[in-house]
Design a binder for this molecule. Structure first.
Ligand SMILES: *Cc1c(COP(=O)(O)O)cnc(C)c1O
Length: 402
């Protein structure tokens, strides 16, 4: 019996061939695959600029840097996310803070964002939990009125879209985010092994992100400010070797090997998403109405546009008469992996010690956390795999067979 993890990559011979071809080429990093992947990803999304980096955590870090976020600033995000959505604020000396999630979408609630607004808030990082888009128009309305930047952490949602005012808007190409971030970690909807993308329509953010990706090194001589030597001095001579470090940057580069994989995966993304949607529909049909279990619900009319990264059930473990650990162990014995996503970020010891956050801060996120269980969802699951998961979950809910 094959083990079904909660998520995994989907690679085929095309992907492998694309990577091997780069191994035989002249460039292993910072070569043509990087530029081509950026171009193709920007085109897929419909954005002006895409800057690819070594992981989405680095891309979130860059978003803070290009937004000139730092000491004295506050960055508000959803507590129902991976650590990196909040950590990026701390990287630059800003204070990560949290507003509560909506009880239907499990995404940042614009009402809670507004009610808890503090005047030093300079960025809102909205997260598309499980791939369901955050309510970007409402979030941008709250944030921009108060002068804050809007970053969308779409790490769960590559290839997804939403409907607003009867129009379809792709993640990464709508007017309610200044910067959008995607992740290509193997459990996400497409992979480069490790990798992340910063997408923006803003020329200056894009230029700065590229600069900071490679040590803050400027090679465009028209932008040089000089090394401080007297005119005519040999020290001030400019030649083909010249570069200036104008900002403190990083090495956030990604390899050509990874970008070749990314290009190959990008071509298959629509197929991946379609299969994810099929599995979600089968799960929904099987689990809807079961006692003590709630299926994911979509806020809005865009259920058919969501590139589901996770399928997360809410279970009332007390009524089921089992602890979550027992349910996870039972399922594991049947070869089914599950995961709990997410522990509210502000409850992490470092956050409690550094910022004094305590339980009770975001009641919806805490209640969601105590009930959440993500079950296997990835495109290479066979129909038989899906049936096995359905049977096992139904059994736990007290209904035998399907
Ligand atoms: C995966 C993930 C990240 C971090 O992505 P990496 O590429 O692993 O750095 C950030 N935010 C969210 C919501 C994620 O799911």
């Amino acid at each position: 019996m094959n083990f079904l993890p909660y998520g995994r990559q989907n690679l085929d011979e095309d992907d492998i061939g694309a990577v091997v071809e780069v191994l035989r080429s002249d460039f292993l990093t910072s070569g043509p695959q990087v530029e081509a992947f950026e171009r193709e990803f920007a085109a897929m999304v419909g954005a002006k600029h895409a800057i690819v980096v070594c992981n989405a955590t680095a891309a979130l870090h860059l978003a803070m840097l290009v937004g000139r976020i730092g000491k004295g600033h506050r960055v508000v995000t959803s507590p129902n996310t991976f650590l990196a959505s909040a950590n990026c604020a701390a990287f630059v000396g800003a204070v990560p803070d949290f507003a509560d999630i909506h009880s239907v979408s499990y995404n940042l609630d614009p009402g809670s964002l507004e009610a808890n607004w503090k005047s030093d808030t300079k960025v809102v990082v909205a997260v598309d939990y499980a791939g369901q888009p955050a309510d970007m128009p409402a979030i941008a309305e709250v944030a921009r009125k108060r002068g804050a930047l809007v970053v969308q952490d779409a790490c769960h949602g590559a290839g997804g879209a939403f409907i607003h005012n009867d129009k379809t808007w792709k993640l990464g190409a709508h007017p309610w985010a200044d910067i959008t971030i995607f992740s290509f970690h193997p459990v996400k909807t497409m992979t480069t092994g490790e990798g992340g993308m910063l997408v923006t329509d803003d020329e200056e953010y894009a230029r700065k992100a590229r600069l900071l990706r490679t040590h803050g090194m400027e090679r465009d001589q028209s932008r040089f400010v000089g090394l401080g030597a007297a005119p005519g001095s040999q020290l001030s001579e400019i030649g083909p070797w010249s570069y200036e470090m104008q900002e403190l940057g990083y090495n956030f580069r990604i390899t050509d090997l990874q970008c070749a994989l990314g290009r190959s995966q990008l071509r298959k993304l629509p197929r991946f998403i379609k299969r994810r949607q099929e599995i979600v529909a089968r799960y929904n049909a099987a689990f809807d109405g079961l006692p003590h279990i709630a299926i994911p619900r979509v806020q809005g009319k865009h259920a058919h546009l969501i590139s589901w990264h996770l399928y997360t059930l809410r279970l009332d473990f007390r009524s089921l008469g089992k602890t979550r650990a027992q349910v996870m162990t039972n399922l594991r014995e049947k070869g089914i992996g599950t995961q709990v996503l997410y522990i509210p970020v502000y409850l992490q010891p470092w956050y409690r010690l550094t910022y004094g956050y305590a339980p009770g801060k975001c009641p919806n996120a805490e209640s969601f956390y105590t009930e959440a269980l993500s079950i296997p969802l990835y495109p290479s699951m066979s129909d038989a795999d899906v049936c096995r998961v359905i049977d096992s979950v139904q059994e736990i809910a007290g209904k035998m067979g399907s």
